[in-house]
Design a protein around this ligand. Structure first.
Ligand code: ASP
Length: 354
């Protein structure tokens, strides 16, 4: 379709297109593990295999819920939690570091049936930020909690707490040191509780090493339709490397990085340059386009292009009430996958894969 690695390319995929010929899926799930400059030349075969296996695990966790008649909300949470625990992704364990050398985690979840939503930002000790977002939605009268207050609330709800060092990975620490060095900013002390620096540098093909020339966003997300026709979306991230001043991106901003509405017939999770995805109100606008008759595919394409016209790259996953997932991106790759009751699971990385 297009040349591999062409940045600015809009890649569109209908992983579920085969399903159209068959009966409509009773349930359906799509996930992403971040979009960005992801090219074959920069990913070792070991890394390629590791990412695909990690995506498959997340699909398995979400589809197990849906196949048993579980809810779209439980499915998106289950899929996202698997990726939050996986150090390959920039969410939960494996999140990028702030300029001060901390992991500050953001997440959101939304129930399409009633447009209930929950979001958290700046968490440092809650193992599964998406679970905290869900607790905000279901157990508080609020939508969005931040920082120490959000953590106190999550702890009160009995969510699993961890030492901040739980989120540490050598790969992300290296990424921070490189980013701060490039900007001429001071390097903070290695966090307390982090393992000692490795004596031997990580091999380039180590699955836990960063892909070469890594410039990717790495957020994780899931959208689902369940067998009762309910739509839901969830997204979780560490944000951007070397972020400062309490910066929060699009992920926990309802309507920017996360949105679901059965009334509109759509659920969206985004990954990309958060500042631009906020300004373009990407997720909400995709749903508005779908409500006006656009397909998930055309709505997703139009909105990632709109964010690009402002200067932001990234990608989205879109679920519609027909259970056909759509993927759109303005980057050379997006870790992604889909599965439904009608179409076997499939994962993809590069923009030209279908
Ligand atoms: N959108 C996220 C943010 O701006 C970054 C990402 O997608 O990885 O925080």
């Amino acid at each position: 379709m297009t040349r591999i690695g062409l940045i600015g390319l809009v890649g569109l995929f209908f992983l579920g297109s085969a399903a159209q010929a068959q009966e409509a899926p009773r349930w359906s799930l799509a996930i992403h593990g971040g979009a960005g400059v992801i090219e074959r030349a920069n990913l070792s075969p070991e890394q390629d295999v590791a990412y695909r296996a990690a995506l498959q695990q997340a699909l398995d966790a979400g589809s197990a819920v849906l196949a048993q008649g579980g809810s779209a909300l439980d499915a998106v949470q289950a899929a996202v939690q698997v990726m939050e625990d996986d150090p390959l992704f920039n969410a939960g364990r494996g999140a990028v570091f702030t300029a001060a050398g901390r992991n500050e985690l953001d997440a959101a979840i939304m129930d399409g049936t009633n447009r209930a939503a929950g979001a958290v930002a700046g968490l440092t000790t809650i193992r599964h930020p998406v679970a905290a977002a869900r607790a905000v939605m279901e157990k508080s009268p609020h939508v969005f909690l931040i920082g120490p207050g959000a953590e106190a609330f999550a702890a009160q709800q009995g969510l699993e707490q961890v030492d901040p060092a739980f989120f540490f990975t050598e790969r992300r620490w290296r990424g921070l040191v490189d980013a701060l060095t490039a900007k001429g900013l001071p390097i903070p002390e290695r966090p307390q509780g982090a393992p000692p620096p490795p004596a031997v540098p990580m091999a380039a093909n180590d699955p836990s090493a960063p892909p070469l020339n890594e410039r990717k966003f790495g957020t994780v997300g899931a959208v689902a339709l369940d067998s009762q026709g309910r739509l839901a979306a969830a997204t979780s991230t560490g944000g951007t490397t070397a972020k400062q001043w309490g910066r929060v991106g699009d992920v926990p901003v309802i309507g920017a990085g996360t949105y679901a509405s059965n009334a509109d017939g759509c659920a969206v999770s985004a990954t990309g340059d958060g500042e631009f995805y906020i300004r373009a109100t990407v997720a909400r606008d995709i749903c508005a386009r779908i409500a006006s008759g656009a397909t998930g595919r055309t709505a997703g394409q139009a909105e990632v292009e709109d964010a690009k016209s402002l200067g932001g790259l990234g990608g989205v996953i879109v679920m519609t009430t027909d259970g056909v997932p759509a993927f759109a991106m303005t980057t050379s790759g997006m870790y992604r996958g889909a599965v439904s009751s009608a179409v076997p699971s499939h994962v993809a990385i590069y923009a030209d894969e279908d």
